[in-house]
Design a protein around this ligand. Structure first.
Ligand SMILES: Nc1ncnc2c1ncn2[C@@H]1O[C@H](COP(=O)(O)OP(=O)(O)O)[C@@H](O)[C@H]1O
Ligand SMILES: N[C@@H](CC(=O)OP(=O)(O)O)C(=O)O
Length: 816
């Protein structure tokens, strides 16, 4: 004997029922079959909706019932090939809907829907589907017997969630078996009857349970649960796209997963088949060739430590707390007894060893009742101040890791906590049974999708880590960055297991946002021009509300307002990668605050390109200091503009003309004075000094300008005029150096806590002497590099290299 159960989607239409018939036909070749069917998908919800509408005095229930009738008649017409067969079933179907209408009219007249009546109402779903399937088999010449589950399954009278009385049920099933010697029974799932013969139901999704009860009572050789997915998956496929079928699973694991939300299997289903050692398959009606999942006593070993993930929403935590609990036995017993009296199901329990508080997780809908009974039970202690009144916290969910194998592998919880921590998912409570088969975490419901994806990646997709980029400023550097990302995406996926996706690109006029999956990096320039505008605050909110794992905000602007967004993003564990220097060179307190936020929220704030573009300057400084070295002195040339000017000025052409050329060739800021007055270099040495551990402000950086003060007054044309007027001054500077064989360099210097920038004469042979083009150089003198400095040198400007530096920071943040 085999028991096969087909769920709502599998029997949702005539077309699907044809597939069911084909699968059952093959099973019959191996032996007798008991077929359990659910209602046509969506019917139970529709019946509940109709009942509630009727009770609320809303006539709309009539429309719902008419639609259901039409749906069943259409299915019957398509399934029954001959007018004779149709003529037999149709009057029966119509009679059922007449009965249903009478029942609903009664509910409407009374304005009341009791649990008992609701069970009656819901039972029509499975009654109709099972009779339809019987007729379809008979029309194909297969003798199928209809087995009324209300005469097979005996339950108590807890309507809506009735408990099966096993002994009577088994007797009834055996008696039916003797009286009905057919190779094929078709039984409605979900429904049963109490001792008085009132129809009951087994809880939503209960047809699986019906099938398991029948399998156990008949001592079936196997139970097959046929559904719309290829087995029990590693996670809910509606939440995790990469979820994949679990081929083998133990009864206990399947039970844990279903208890913790894996809808594919109704949780009570496992127990009856486990007790009898009946193997259970979960198979896909729409892909019968797929292996599916085999639930068995001892599944073969797998390298996967975690078997699956699941989640339950609508959870509330109830926290009972107070000094009156410490060392007093019986508190928990009273708490649970009070909850049990109110028929409140406790989903999770945690208690700290201090015994100062006990925390239970319950369904949100139970909170008011729980508060009532618990506060009443402990009224004495609460009024004496020995206990706090019960504090419920709602809007929560459980995410659970399930796997027998976890107990043999230390470090699973560590991986769980760190993966969630890096993504800013706050864990409100944890519970781990002594069996170590399940580790449950309570988190905010709004974090479930992110958390379960992060954990799926951590435990099942060693192959790739999804990283979500939000790019601000697709200009010169940003555009190059996007091109490099497009070019490297496949390489990074293959070599570093990083799946980098650009989720949004924004400039001051447009914000292009991907709904899912990432933007197309071939067409973004055109797409962006079509996209609407978002303010910076809106862009930040978008990143926060998307709540995607491994999110990185990439600031490729020089906009001070963009830097204001870092703090709120870091506080949500969104990493920041910036080539924008504003934040790192702002007030020390705010620089420190951002670094602290990154640490507190387990994320990264990276800005390597603030100094020397992609040259490894800040990274080197970090490596030195982290390894215990002390940076005593830094000497650096950090401005492409000033290098260009002093490399090209030798008195043969006016200084003003050389500056104009630098501007024309794109080295300078739009206002070249920002480069020439040294303030940009001052920002850079300030950042380096801070990264070396000094608490410095911009005002602390001495800046001896080589420009006569009049050059800095007025606008840019006036500036050029003044440069021309002061040509003798520049010439004198040049000649003073040249006469001694030296070169002029604008040098940034840091010595034992003091920072300064200014023009210096550099002798031949000095590390700063020989610099070409856009080169930057930084010399580090440290306790370990005493005589000869550690030198970092190379191109320190240019869109392509700057973009590559930003890219490198993105990869650093992604591999956290
Ligand atoms: N871990 C999981 N594995 C497989 N399916 C799951 C899991 N968690 C949730 N589901 C959902 O359960 C659905 C199947 O359950 P259900 O809709 O009750 O099927 P049926 O109507 O066949 O009984 C799947 O379509 C899937 O969306
Ligand atoms: N039809 C019932 C029982 C059931 O088990 O359905 P399904 O097999 O489609 O989950 C329900 O919707 O709850």
């Amino acid at each position: 004997m085999q028991v096969l159960k087909f769920g709502g989607t599998s029997v949702a239409s005539a077309e699907n029922i044809e597939k069911v018939i084909a699968i059952v036909g093959q099973a019959l070749a191996q032996g007798p079959v008991v077929l359990v069917v659910s209602a046509l998908g969506g019917t139970t919800d529709a019946l509940i909706g109709a009942g509630r509408a009727a009770a609320a005095g809303d006539e709309a229930f009539r429309i719902t019932l008419r639609q259901l009738e039409a749906r069943h008649l259409t299915a019957a017409e398509a399934l029954l090939p001959t007018p004779a067969a149709q003529a037999e079933l149709q009057p029966w179907l119509t009679a059922q809907f007449t009965e249903l209408a009478l029942l609903a009219d009664g509910i409407f007249a009374l304005g009341e829907l009791s649990p008992r009546t609701l069970d009656r109402l819901m039972s029509y779903g499975e009654l109709l589907s099972s009779r339809l399937v019987v007729a379809a088999f008979q029309a194909r010449g297969l003798a199928a017997a209809w087995a009324d589950s209300r005469q097979l399954l005996r339950t108590n009278s807890r309507f809506g969630m009735a408990q099966v009385e096993e002994v009577v049920t088994e007797q009834q099933v055996r008696a039916f078996q003797l009286a009905t010697p057919s190779n094929l029974w078709v039984a409605p799932g979900f429904i049963a009857a109490d001792a008085e013969g009132h129809t009951t139901t087994l809880g939503r999704g209960g047809s699986d349970y019906t099938a398991a009860i029948l399998a156990a009572a008949l001592g079936a050789e196997k139970l097959e649960i046929w559904t719309d997915v290829s087995g029990m998956l590693t996670a809910d496929p509606r939440l995790v796209r990469a979820a994949r079928p679990i081929a083998h699973i133990s009864y206990e694991e399947a039970m844990e997963l279903s208890h913790f939300g894996a809808k594919v299997l109704y949780a009570p289903t496992v127990q009856p088949v486990r007790q009898r050692g009946i193997p259970m398959w979960i198979k896909n009606t729409f892909a019968p060739q797929d292996f599916g999942t085999l639930v068995e006593v001892a599944p073969p070993p797998t390298p996967n430590v975690v078997r699956g993930l699941s989640s339950i929403g609508n959870l509330a935590l109830l926290n009972l707390e107070g000094s009156g609990m410490v060392g007093v036995p019986g508190f928990s017993a009273r708490l649970f007894a009070a909850l049990a009296r109110a028929r409140i199901n406790v989903v999770l329990i945690t208690q700290s060893s201090s015994e100062h508080s006990i925390c239970v997780g319950v369904n949100e809908a139970d909170v008011p009742a729980a508060q009532g009974v618990v506060n009443e039970e402990f009224a004495g202690e609460i009024s004496a101040g020995r206990l706090e009144p019960l504090r419920p916290e709602t809007g929560l969910a459980i995410v659970a890791l399930v796997g027998e194998n976890m107990k043999n592998h230390p470090g699973i919880s560590g991986r769980l906590f760190s993966a969630l921590g890096h993504n800013g998912v706050n864990i409100r409570a944890i519970a781990q049974g002594a069996s170590e088969r399940n580790i449950s975490t309570v988190i905010r419901a709004s974090d479930v999708r992110k958390a379960i994806n992060v954990l799926h990646e951590e435990f099942f997709e060693a192959t790739s880590k999804q990283v979500n980029l939000f790019i601000l400023g697709p200009g010169n550097v940003g555009g190059k960055l996007l091109a490099q990302l497009a070019q490297q995406q496949a390489y990074l996926r293959e070599k570093l297991s990083l799946d980098l996706r650009v989720m949004a690109i924004a400039n001051s006029r447009h914000s292009l946002v991907s709904e899912e999956g990432g933007l197309d990096l071939r067409t973004w320039p055109e797409d962006l021009n079509e996209a609407p505008k978002l303010t910076l605050e809106e862009f930040t909110q978008l990143i926060i509300s998307k709540n995607l794992r491994n999110s990185i905000f990439v600031d490729v602007t020089a906009n001070p307002a963009a830097a204001d967004q870092y703090a709120p993003l870091l506080a949500k564990s969104v990493a920041i990668v910036a080539c924008n220097k504003v934040a790192a060179s702002a007030a020390y307190a705010s620089y420190r605050h951002l670094k602290q936020l990154a640490q507190d929220f387990n994320t990264k704030y990276l800005f390597e390109t603030n100094v020397g573009a992609a040259l490894p300057v800040i990274g080197t400084l970090g490596d030195l200091t982290r390894s215990g070295d002390v940076v005593r002195r830094m000497q650096a040339v950090l401005s492409g503009t000033l290098n260009f000017v002093f490399n090209n000025y030798d008195g043969s052409r006016p200084f003003a003309e050389v500056v104009r050329q630098a501007q024309a060739e794109g080295y300078t800021e739009p206002d070249p004075r920002l480069d020439l007055n040294g303030s940009d270099v001052a920002r850079k040495i300030l950042i380096l000094a801070r990264e070396a551990g000094q608490q410095l402000e911009m005002n602390d950086v001495a800046n001896e300008s080589f420009l006569p003060p009049s050059c800095l007054e007025g606008d840019v044309p006036a500036f050029y005029e003044q440069l021309a007027v002061h040509e003798p001054h520049f010439r004198a500077l040049y000649e003073a150096a040249a006469s001694e064989g030296k070169r002029l360099k604008f040098v940034a210097q840091y010595t034992d806590g003091q920072a300064a920038v200014g023009l210096q004469q550099i002798p031949p042979g000095h590390d700063l002497y020989d610099l070409r083009g856009k080169d930057n150089v930084v010399l580090f003198y440290t306790d370990r590099y005493t005589d000869q400095p550690l030198v970092v040198k190379g191109a320190g400007a240019g869109a392509e290299v700057t973009a590559s530096g930003v890219f490198a920071d993105i990869i650093r943040a992604a591999r956290l």
